[in-house]
Design a protein around this ligand. Structure first.
Ligand SMILES: C[S@@+](CC[C@H](N)C(=O)[O-])C[C@H]1O[C@@H](n2cnc3c(N)ncnc32)[C@H](O)[C@@H]1O
Length: 226
């Protein structure tokens, strides 16, 4: 296990809190003018949570009626997710993989979620390869749901530019991401342009939250596989 993988394994083990992200709840359970996810059609549909962390969002997705799969970057994390979900009485398939290499057949999923995870460039030098890999496993007409930090997010404070659109994190207040390369987008227009070869019907949400000194500034993205 490399240093990068070890950091996440340690962080996720520490974080045994199993409540889902507030904005994942909003997207899958809430009603918003521009968001048309067909909430009454989740039952029995296949969803993959790519970079599922401790499995907190899988719990909610299962309760929404989905058949759930999770992916994490190493065996240690994946086994932890399985244990967490088992103790919560949730049945999920958890596999080892990464944004650049997903262990599934083509067009396997109706939905994919990448929550605070698609922009980690751990095993890949080109973000376009991630886009291609996400597209490969999602059926035509299926949905991709993502959260991506804005340029003004706390994550990028004190970071260094590696090349255009790629930042090396130097001052993560949580101490987890230091040294990691992240794909930083200029804004919604660039996100859309990057995913547009494979995805259509983009809708964006925006989180601009100053949460007790933490700039939680995030893009929320929902789009459909062409
Ligand atoms: C900020 S955490 C988010 C976890 C989870 N999605 C959540 O909302 O709780 C980022 C996750 O991405 C995973 N990750 C890091 N690099 C990755 C990669 N190249 N491909 C897929 N997942 C990755 C980490 O192991 C970590 O669990």
């Amino acid at each position: 296990m490399n240093q990068y993988n070890k950091q996440w394994a340690k962080e996720i083990k520490k974080n045994d809190v199993m409540y889902p992200s507030e904005y994942v709840i909003r997207i899958f359970k809430g009603t918003y003018p521009r968001l048309r996810l067909g909430k009454n059609r989740f039952k029995g549909k296949k969803i993959c949570d790519i970079g599922c962390g401790n499995g907190r969002n899988l719990m909610l997705l299962r309760r929404c009626g989905f058949k759930v799969w999770g992916v994490e970057i190493n065996k240690k994390i994946a086994e932890g997710v399985k244990r967490n979900l088992k103790s919560a009485g949730i049945h999920a398939h958890v596999r080892v993989g990464s944004n650049g290499s997903l262990p599934f057949l083509n067009s396997y999923f109706d939905y994919a979620l990448s929550w605070n995870a698609c922009y980690y460039m751990g095993d890949c030098a080109d973000f376009n390869d991630y886009v291609k890999e996400f597209a490969r496993v999602i059926k035509s007409g299926g949905y991709l749901i993502m959260s991506i930090p804005k340029k003004s997010s706390f994550i990028y404070k004190g970071s260094e530019t590696l090349k255009a659109g790629y930042k090396i994190i130097r001052k993560d207040p949580f101490g987890v991401r230091n040294g990691h390369v992240l794909r930083m987008f200029a804004g919604e227009k660039e996100i859309k342009k990057t995913f547009a070869p494979y995805f259509k019907r983009f809708v964006f949400g925006s989180v601009q939250d100053d949460c007790f000194g933490l700039n939680y500034h995030w893009h929320l993205v929902v789009c459909q596989r062409r």
